[in-house]
Design a protein around this ligand. Sequence first.
Ligand SMILES: [Zn+2]
Ligand SMILES: [Zn+2]
Length: 122
Amino acid sequence: MQERNTKQKQVIARLILEAGHPVSVQEILEVGRGHMSRLGIATVYRTIKRLLDAGELQAVVIPGDVVRYEAVMPHHHHFKCSRCDRVYDLDGCVKELKSMVPKGFKVENHELTFYGCCRSCA
Ligand SMILES: [Zn+2]
Ligand SMILES: [Zn+2]
């Protein structure tokens, strides 16, 4: 039992960290069940918590949407496809953003999400 759990957690960890785009718990469960039919949601949550605690995983929060998770990587933004609900990573940041902020204000963080239709859905 213990051993099976450990193996399941390893598979899930790899699945999330190598997905190449942010994944929701539901997606993890669906893809994970393709490998392990008896995979339970509790194991998915436990694995996510462990990876978050270890600093290997970060949450991708899009307002009004489910939380997704991705491997920790440098600052970047996301594109959400409104047809297939998939979230894509975009490289880097918008340089002009800082010029929008009034003089004397110090920006500590910002969130930016693009919405639209992805290439597979177009
Ligand atoms: Zn991302
Ligand atoms: Zn799409």
